[in-house]
Design a protein around this ligand. Structure first.
Ligand code: NIG
Ligand code: FE
Length: 407
């Protein structure tokens, strides 16, 4: 019972409780929201002591935490539909990248776009994410690859968060690819990242974390280490694109720096999984990229389970390897392609996704004191969210306790 004024009461709702290993559904009950936070949660009818400003009868619908997309490259200009065709004609992702396409072709388009165009193109994707139940999104830079263009991308990401009812966390991914003007000089570009781009992004408060692409077509572990050392010097947590196309032992390196997450992980080995478990580094699984690249090397899910590594699931929304904004579809793909259980997949876009962003104290579960980011679904059980191929079952979405229209 609470005596504080309640802004919103959602009654007759079945709350999905996500503990560390499973999701269970409570008998019909209620959630009280005050000041954008969850003020009370209970079974049955609320015993109200104070005033209630607004009230919703959910008719027994399922309530989950708002979905968190913890890995996206949402801010970019243009598209790579032509490269999609080339891959269908037989070219590989790596060969397109080596021939000057791939990430660098999006870099050209992103550099050329003015801030308004970049904002408008990215906003379209953000609105689609919101329509699918996302209440917090991580957005990486990485299609600028120069001081000016990286800052432009991060600023656009921050403005999206200010303009739309969605939480935005920004990640500096300047070490995503080698920009053409540094061709043949990767170490010089890393100098530029650690001496200019990263310090400036940190000084302006534009980055909440730092990421890198540690891969044969990206940066070496030694170069990645330099980026991580600079991040640490500026007090920023790190994440890593690791073990996507080959085993570079990037996950262990990330864990050494206490990374929030290591992402992709198709080629992760046991030593990497053990290092991640020790460091509390979350494994972010990206089935959209796996699917779109027609990858066949499944991330070692059993290893992650055995060593108790928390698993998150994200869209990886990007123009080259995962052009999607459909996070509920990723639940289905995580189960179908990676054999996650539906409960693991749901934890992957709620509790564990919050952890991958370092936001577990305020987001990711329906608990008193947490931010009232919530989704109401027209399904009878949590597994149905993963079962439907691209669930269209979202009934309502609440950000900071406020319901926003889905269209
Ligand atoms: O997460 N792996 C590197 N970065 C992206 C792909 C970027 C692109 O091709 O534009 C990813 O898959
Ligand atoms: Fe990515």
């Amino acid at each position: 019972m609470s005596a504080i004024p309640i802004d919103l009461l959602i009654r007759n709702v079945r709350i999905v409780a996500c503990d560390d290993a499973s999701c269970s559904v409570a008998p019909p009950g209620f959630v009280e929201i005050a000041g954008g936070r969850i003020a009370a949660v209970g079974v049955g009818a609320p015993a109200l002591a104070g005033s209630v400003r607004d009230e919703i009868d959910a008719g027994g619908a399922l309530l989950t935490p708002g979905l968190i997309d913890c890995h996206t490259h949402l801010v970019y200009a243009g598209n790579r539909a032509r490269e999609f065709e080339m891959r269908l004609e037989g070219a590989s992702y790596e060969s397109i990248a080596r021939a000057g396409g791939g990430i660098v072709s999006t870099v050209r388009q992103t550099r050329d776009a003015d801030t308004e165009t970049l904002f408008a193109e990215s906003a379209r994707r953000l609105e689609s994410l919101m329509r699918h139940g996302v209440t917090t999104v991580e957005i990486k830079s990485g299609y600028g690859l120069s001081l000016a263009a990286e800052l432009k991308s991060l600023r656009v990401a921050r403005s999206l968060g200010a303009r739309f009812p969605i939480g935005v966390r920004t990640t500096l991914l300047a070490a995503h690819a080698l920009p053409p003007e540094f061709s043949g000089r990767p170490d010089d570009y890393i100098d530029e990242v650690v001496q200019r781009i990263l310090p400036e992004a940190a000084r302006l408060g534009l980055a909440d974390a730092v990421d890198a692409f540690c891969e044969t077509i990206g940066f070496t572990p030694a170069q990645t280490r330099r980026v991580f050392e600079a991040a640490r010097a500026h007090g920023l947590p790190v994440k890593l694109h690791a073990e996507q196309l080959s085993n570079q032992h990037g996950a262990a390196l990330a864990a050494e720096f206490g990374a929030l997450s290591a992402d992709h992980l198709e080629y992760l080995d046991e030593a990497g999984a053990i290092a991640m478990a020790r460091a509390g580094t979350v494994a972010v699984l990206l089935p959209g990229a796996f699917y779109f690249l027609r990858d066949t090397h499944v991330p070692p899910i059993d290893l992650l389970r055995r060593h108790g590594v928390a698993m998150a699931v994200a869209t990886d929304c990007n123009p080259g390897t995962s052009p999607t904004t459909h996070l509920p579809l990723m639940l289905n793909m995580a189960c179908t392609l990676f054999r996650l259980t539906p409960a693991e997949a749901l934890l992957g876009v709620t509790r564990h996704a919050a952890q991958a962003l370092g936001l577990q104290a305020t987001l990711g579960t329906i608990e008193v004191g947490k931010v009232a980011d919530l989704c109401l679904w027209n399904v009878d059980q949590p597994a149905a969210l993963a079962y439907e191929i691209g669930a269209g079952a979202l009934r309502a979405r609440f950000k900071n306790g406020v319901q926003h229209p889905l269209q």
